[in-house]
Design a protein around this ligand. Structure first.
Ligand code: S3P
Length: 190
């Protein structure tokens, strides 16, 4: 694992809605002086529509097609001189075609894990405070059902990072350690 991490160009954060993929990803990228990229942002730029609008106009199947194409473009564009922390949307690491792309890129993946009640609470607070629109949020019952269906897929990630009850800074620091990135950063400076 370590030798692979020493050569890597990117790390990919996966997990359910509310897992903190974007907020942790931003802080982690800052600590590493890497670029942060959110796959949903790339989808919105490519499609010239918000995620919620893509769901409304093209349905979930249309969104998944756009997501796959955006992921392919992102991975093909990775360069060794510009390292990235990448946050995927909650459904991206569930689809086999996406997992095949990530496996072929030989990049480490991190599952940001938390209990479903906490994830639900985080999503509710984000939609109240920031007006964040998540087309698949629905009811707590549907949310829990989707979470249980997806969790086994997320567990296929290279690393599982517990996030329950932790602040974003703490999670990023734990991840630096789990991925041995502090060591890598120092080596890169030599
Ligand atoms: C989705 C999660 C969203 C976004 C889209 C679909 C999902 O991203 O990609 O609404 O299927 O769970 P976040 O996980 O960042 O909310």
């Amino acid at each position: 694992m370590t030798s692979r991490l020493l050569q890597m160009q990117a790390v990919i954060l996966v997990g359910f809605m509310g897992a903190g993929k974007s907020s942790v990803g931003r802080v982690l990228a800052e600590h590493l002086s890497w670029t942060f990229e959110d796959l949903d942002d790339r989808i919105e730029r490519r499609e010239k529509q918000k995620v919620a609008e893509i769901f409304r106009d093209a349905g979930e199947a249309g969104f998944r097609r756009a997501e796959h194409e955006a992921l392919k473009e992102l991975l093909e564009g990775l360069r060794s001189d510009s390292e990235k922390v990448i946050a995927l949307g909650g459904g991206a690491f569930v689809h086999e075609s996406n997992i095949r792309l990530i496996d072929a890129a030989n990049l480490p993946t991190v599952f940001l894990d938390a209990g479903v009640e906490e994830l639900w609470g985080r999503c509710q607070r984000q939609s109240e405070k920031q007006g964040m629109e998540r087309p698949l949020l629905g009811s707590i019952e549907g949310f829990r059902e989707l979470y249980e269906k997806r969790r086994p897929h997320y567990l296929r990630a290279s690393v599982r990072q517990e996030t329950g009850g932790k602040a974003v800074e703490q999670i990023a620091a734990d991840l630096m350690q789990a991925l041995d990135l502090g060591r890598r950063g120092r080596q890169g400076e030599n």
